[in-house]
Design a protein around this ligand. Sequence first.
Ligand SMILES: C[S@@+](CC[C@H](N)C(=O)[O-])C[C@H]1O[C@@H](n2cnc3c(N)ncnc32)[C@H](O)[C@@H]1O
Length: 302
Amino acid sequence: MSHPRPDEFSFRRYLAAKRTVDDRALHRPTLTRLTDAVADRETLRVLDVAAGLGTGLQRLLDWDCLPDRLDYTLVDIDSATLDAARDRLLAWAAEQGYTMSTGDEERETFELTRDAESVTVRFVSTDALTYAAATDDRFDLLVGQAFLDLVDLDKGLPSLLELVADGGLAYFPITFDGVTHLSPVFDPATDHSVLDAYHATMDDADRPGGSTTGREVLDMVAHGETTTLVAAGGSDWVVHPPYSADEAYFLHHLVDTIAGAVAGDLSEERRRAWADARHDAVAAAELTFLAHNVDVLARVRR
Ligand SMILES: C[S@@+](CC[C@H](N)C(=O)[O-])C[C@H]1O[C@@H](n2cnc3c(N)ncnc32)[C@H](O)[C@@H]1O
């Protein structure tokens, strides 16, 4: 029996597909607090760490969350992803009626202007923590979306917060927090084994980050010496049929990621049967998926 699924899996297609899922998930009261907190700024220096395809910048501009004059730096460890971000942002900006000029031949900087808006966009391909250790630059707003669960939080969070100017803000949306649910149930015992093993891989001592990072960020920010919690809330991903945009691909990708992560934790036959059933459920538009995430907004003072 064939089990329909994409011919190939692409992390960049996954990042693009999750845009609409994130759009629905983001905790609006936290984003509103951010928007209000920066509304009267004449200019804002923003650093977006692990920026991926740059969908965060697009969204913040689309949703009118930031002041007109911006200096926005995107950092990502993966240069090919950042190249794709540059191409996507230029194409999007043209559609939106921005006038564009590239500041240098390497296209590491470009300017977008439209009416009163003036946005300088910079691209830096490096590890965010290496960048934090090397730069003297300070930012009014640090954004780290769907990222902190990938770093050693005890070391990484303080060093990222060092990048924020006194009185500035740190915004960490969509940080995974320990709950993954797929329905309909395939077989309760296998579902538990797969999801427990999946979360355990995130907590593996060999890998930075962890499966309950969302609540850890909340606690660290609420009780930090340099941070005050401004706003926070759940930003759960919920994807259900009928799937919009490219969300069927998003689900296939997650099923493939989960099945890949748990290789070795249960028999190959059981793992494959679980993955086949899940891909089938996506193809039949029957799968509903939920993951619990947390958004945190903090004020940083020294
Ligand atoms: C789950 S994606 C999130 C991307 C984007 N923030 C979003 O929400 O669409 C994680 C991103 O982190 C990047 N990344 C992983 N480790 C990194 C690191 N140490 N420094 C900078 N970027 C990193 C990956 O290349 C990837 O683009």
